[in-house]
Design a protein around this ligand. Structure first.
Ligand SMILES: Nc1ncnc2c1ncn2[C@@H]1O[C@H](COP(=O)(O)OP(=O)(O)OP(=O)(O)O)[C@@H](O)[C@H]1O
Ligand code: SF4
Ligand SMILES: [Mg+2]
Length: 337
């Protein structure tokens, strides 16, 4: 995450990544701004932020669905931008994405069995009998009854369909799974079951995950580390327990205070988030959170605050008011728009 992160090899590494979109105006829309993050093998990293903060854009860049316009995305030490198309195609099997809407992700004219067999047909040389065996094993792991394999997507519930999507994504045994709000379109009653399944799969398969969510309680339960985004900028990052128990950035403090937590150790300073997140086209100069920050002062507008880390180099935040005895190591805040 920062210059002081221990030098353990990263599976996914975003180095100072920016993504701008040309939206026909004078200035491009900068959806993601100078984000650096790492995911190590088997690690689960949560990405949290309000609507429009750039979460899905980061998720798409992480699995090479979208190229960055600045910085670089590395997978297993290789820069995705410099890979030959054939190599990139092979690499894509090692990175999969689950979207919010399982209905849109599945062909309604195919049976569930056929849909779960599809990735095996495309990416393996298994015989028909072996594929059948794999599909049955996968259905059992996803806790989907075998009669469902004969049915069509319209005959399944949202939770069951999301299990089908997760099974399909894991069929090629990927190293990285990006989950873009995988439970937000589902009934509250089935969410816990999906999260439990992801937790089990993570332990059984060792797959690394980038888990995108609005829901802090879910991030707290499932993730090892969290990255808090605001207007495309990484404003705080660190181990979930550290960030949730001792949030350093006023935005993280406000987000946490808006949610109730089962764990009483999660610190919720009563500080309410006022107003709306601005459009990236009208981002304030200096600190991105300045228009809503309860402790804003004039010098916050002088430039993007540097990301500062604690002595362990694991917890970082981007605010000029951080306690200097706790956060002192500064990383570059250079913009690369
Ligand atoms: N293809 C695109 N063209 C233009 N603007 C885009 C494009 N994709 C995303 N954006 C803009 O980039 C910003 C970030 O979008 P993104 O979808 O990454 O946010 P998000 O955090 O995933 O939001 P949500 O929680 O609503 O899913 C938004 O302002 C969005 O309108
Ligand atoms: S830099 Fe200033 S405006 Fe931004 S979060 Fe810190 S105190 Fe608030
Ligand atoms: Mg999104």
């Amino acid at each position: 995450m920062t210059a002081m992160t221990p030098p353990e090899p990263a599976l996914l590494q975003l180095d100072n990544v920016t993504r701008a979109f040309d939206v026909g105006g004078k200035r491009p829309l900068v959806a993601v701004r100078n984000v650096s993050l790492q995911i190590r093998p088997g690690e689960v990293v949560g990405l949290v932020g309000e609507s429009g903060s750039g979460k899905s854009t980061i998720g798409r860049m992480a699995i090479a669905l979208l190229p960055p316009t600045g910085g670089r995305v590395m997978f297993d030490g290789r820069d995705l931008a410099s890979m030959a198309p054939d190599d990139l195609r092979r690499l894509r099997q090692r990175m999969q994405i689950i979207f919010q809407d399982p209905w849109g992700a599945l062909n309604p004219r195919h049976t569930i069995g056929r849909l779960m067999e599809e990735p095996l047909l495309l990416h393996t040389k298994l015989s028909a009998a072996q594929r059948r065996e794999e599909v049955i094993a996968m259905a059992q792991r996803m806790q989907l009854g075998l009669p469902l394999l004969e049915r069509y997507p319209a005959q399944l519930s949202g939770g069951q369909l999301q299990r089908v999507c997760i099974g399909r994504a894991l069929a090629t045994k990927p190293d990285l799974l990006v989950l873009d709000e995988p439970t937000s379109s589902l009934d509250v009653s089935v969410r816990a079951g999906i999260l439990q399944l992801l937790d089990t799969l993570r332990r059984e398969t060792g797959v690394a995950m980038l888990f995108i969510s609005h829901d802090l309680e879910t991030i707290h339960a499932l993730c090892d580390r969290v990255v808090v985004l605001y207007l495309g900028c990484e404003v705080e990052t660190g181990p979930v327990d550290t960030v949730f128990k001792n949030p350093a950035h006023p935005y993280t403090q406000a987000l946490l205070s808006a949610q109730l937590f089962a764990d009483p150790a999660v610190k919720t300073v009563r500080q309410h988030l006022q107003g709306e997140i601005p459009s990236p086209l009208a981002a304030p100069p200096g600190c991105p959170f300045s228009t809503r920050c309860p402790v804003h002062e004039a010098r916050c507008d002088e430039g993007l605050p540097a990301l500062r880390s604690d002595s362990a180099g694991t917890h970082s935040a981007r605010c000029i008011r951080l306690a200097p005895d706790r956060f002192f190591s500064s990383t570059s805040s250079t913009d690369s728009l």
